[in-house]
Design a protein around this ligand. Structure first.
Ligand SMILES: [Fe+2]
Ligand SMILES: [Fe+2]
Length: 183
């Protein structure tokens, strides 16, 4: 269970809530790079937030935006593939027994590359169109649903390695991970 404060929003514009989480991702990645941080704790916090955020997006936000915005379905499908790749890279980081090894650094580098790419692309191709195409009432409604699911996932310890392994296996079974590219 994570002991780092991940915030606990209960309502708000869904786009703002998602972007606040993206800033938390960036801060946690910075701390993970710093050998002076308590990297075990930061890793657990990052894992919980990554899983909770992506699950809540996929459950409530992506389906609504697929219907309502000019972000075509392809962008949203692509976002789900990137979540799966991020979770696969996260699993590799969780599987490192120590945090002061080359293996940990390599796994972190890969994870950071995928997550930074996804945050940028999601903001540009999914969230920016949503600002134009989705009305305020819907954004607030989605914000509450997103926040509730995100918090519930964190309360359920969603970032534990067993759960992350299950999510990666499911994504692979759904064909969201192209294993020919390798991790
Ligand atoms: Fe996101
Ligand atoms: Fe995402």
């Amino acid at each position: 269970m994570t002991t780092i404060d991940l915030g606990r929003p209960e309502s708000g514009d869904v786009i703002d809530l998602i972007i606040e989480d993206h800033r938390r991702f960036e801060a946690l990645l910075r701390d993970l790079r710093n050998a002076e941080s308590d990297r075990e704790r930061v890793r657990a916090a990052f894992s919980a937030l990554h899983v909770a955020h992506a699950e809540a997006e996929e459950k409530y936000v992506y389906p609504a935006l697929r219907r309502k915005t000019s972000a075509d379905a392809e962008e949203v499908d692509h976002g789900e593939e990137e979540h799966a790749e991020g979770n696969e890279a996260l699993l590799a980081l969780l599987e490192c027994s120590g945090t002061d090894t080359q293996k940990f650094d390599d796994a972190l580098e890969k994870l950071a590359e995928l997550v930074n790419h996804h945050l940028t692309e999601e903001e540009l191709t999914i969230l920016n169109p949503a600002r134009e195409d989705v009305g305020e009432a819907t954004r607030l409604d989605l914000g509450e649903k997103f926040a509730t699911e995100r918090n519930r996932q964190i309360d359920d310890d969603c970032g534990n390695i067993v759960n992350v392994r299950r999510i990666v296996q499911e994504a692979r079974a759904e064909g969201l991970l192209d294993d020919s590219e390798g991790p």
